[in-house]
Design a protein around this ligand. Structure first.
Ligand code: 5AD
Length: 437
């Protein structure tokens, strides 16, 4: 049986797409391997959002080509594949196939051709593609990703994703519900709905509020998460659905990108700082105790010191529980590459450091305030160090606790006993919680 090795970079949707690719190849007789030296087919599922992500992949391809055996196949899939297309075949001669996010159905055929020595690329968008008939091969466990929307119709000027994932489309609500019900039947209790602007989900008949309610009431689904939402797509209906659906967890990752209205306008974000603050307040009102995390870009073209300081002040004002911070990376083909007033790299680097310090300070004070409180955690697995278990609160805080391996996949009640500033230590306070619908 041919062996397939797949390495995944980038966002959760890529993780989900890799599960899809494995789900597609499984019925073709492929068996998964974690060792590239053992593989007949090696795939790298890629990200194109920043240059750094692409450079890492190019570096990995340099290593993986060394594992390629006679008749073996090295393929690049995902967003970088879509962005570079056939040019990637020229750039890296050991690469045999290049497939974008809408082309995975063609994978068996392109692999077969590559085995005959014929290299190829498929980067066509398929506006209808949801891979509805292909069950993803998910790892066993309590948690699962479920893609509900593909592509993006927003046009943030920094972002390559509309060019790599194509137009926005939503799966039918009934299809999502069927999939999640199936997952619940095999023991999944936590589901994360995925989409580029997931709360703009609309299948022609049902909006995201309907989806949250429909998935949230499924028996066995105890935790419902979604990522990433767009700030202005939290309609009253969506907020009400979140407030009234018990499974919806007290955490939202809400990318803000900048705290300066000038910069937000140049990014073509569809909100002002003030509107973002209103959305954060509305979420806190709808879901008491909700944790908010975000994404922030520094050094966007034209960003002044004052603009940057507004971003830092926004971090303090919202009191984010955490933030992913990035230096702006120009992406060919995006509108922002034409903007003047590029910020020198040294300035952007220095701002990034100051921002990270502010984020850490705010996160630490939020987390210190939680020490001593009790939470329901889902035990996710073994911690990397110290023989402890790693668990997660509904508010997405990571807590380490001592306990038997049998706890993995179960929900426990714990008290948070200490924090490093970002993660927690915890102590069990009661027996395993009964599984409720
Ligand atoms: N440069 C830097 N960061 C970017 N992101 C998206 N495009 C770029 C870019 N060109 C960040 C945004 C987004 C996250 C997934 O990646 O913050 O929310």
């Amino acid at each position: 049986m041919p062996r397939i090795y797949i390495e995944t970079y980038g966002c959760q949707m890529n993780v989900s797409d890799s599960e899809l690719v494995l789900g597609l190849l499984g019925p073709q007789g492929y068996v998964r391997t974690d060792d590239p030296a053992d593989a007949d087919v090696m795939l790298v599922n890629t990200c194109a959002v920043r240059d750094h992500a692409e450079q890492r992949v190019l570096g990995r391809l340099g290593v993986l080509k060394g594992f390629k055996r006679a008749g073996g196949v090295l393929g690049v899939v995902g967003c970088m594949a879509q962005r570079l297309g056939p040019a990637l075949l020229e750039q890296v001669p050991q690469v045999d196939l290049v497939i974008g996010p809408d082309g995975y159905r063609g994978l068996p055929e392109l692999i077969a051709r590559a085995r005959q020595g014929e290299r190829g690329a498929d980067v066509r968008f398929q506006q209808w593609e949801h891979y509805e008939d292909i069950p993803p091969a998910r790892p066993a466990g309590a948690s699962a990703f479920v893609t509900v929307q593909r592509g993006c119709d927003y046009r943030c000027t920094f972002c390559i994703v509309p060019m790599t994932r194509g137009p926005e489309r939503s799966r039918k609500l009934a299809d999502v519900v069927r999939e999640v019900a199936g997952l619940a039947a095999r023991g999944t209790t936590e589901v994360t709905l995925l989409g580029q602007t997931v709360n703009s989900y609309h299948d022609g008949e049902h909006d995201f509020a309907d989806l949250v309610r429909a998935v949230g009431v499924l028996p066995g689904i105890r935790r419902l998460r979604f990522t990433s939402p767009y700030p202005t797509d939290f309609s009253e209906r969506v907020l009400a659905a979140m407030a009234e659906t018990r499974a919806v967890c007290e955490h939202v990752h809400l990318p803000v990108q900048s705290g300066s209205n000038r910069v937000l306008r140049r990014m073509l974000r569809r909100y002002t700082r003030e509107r973002y603050l209103e959305v954060a307040a509305a979420l806190r009102h709808a879901v008491p105790g909700i944790a908010l995390t975000t994404d922030i870009i520094v050094g966007f073209p034209g960003e002044t010191e004052q603009d940057f300081e507004e971003t830092v002040s926004l971090v303090r004002e919202v009191r984010f529980d955490d933030a992913y911070t990035f230096k702006y990376s120009p992406r060919d083909g995006t509108p922002a590459v034409k903007l003047k007033d590029r910020v020198p790299d040294a300035v952007a680097g220095e701002r990034l450091e100051r921002l990270i310090a502010a984020v850490r300070q705010v996160a630490r004070s939020q987390n210190v305030a939680l020490v001593g409180t009790t939470h329901e955690v889902l035990v996710e697995g073994k911690a990397k160090r110290g023989g402890l278990l790693q668990a997660r609160t509904r508010s997405n805080k990571v807590a380490l606790l001592d306990g038997p391996d049998e706890w993995i996949g179960t929900y426990r009640r714990v008290r948070l006993t200490g924090t490093t500033g970002s993660t927690f230590t915890a102590w069990p306070v009661a027996q395993e919680l009964a599984v409720v619908g």
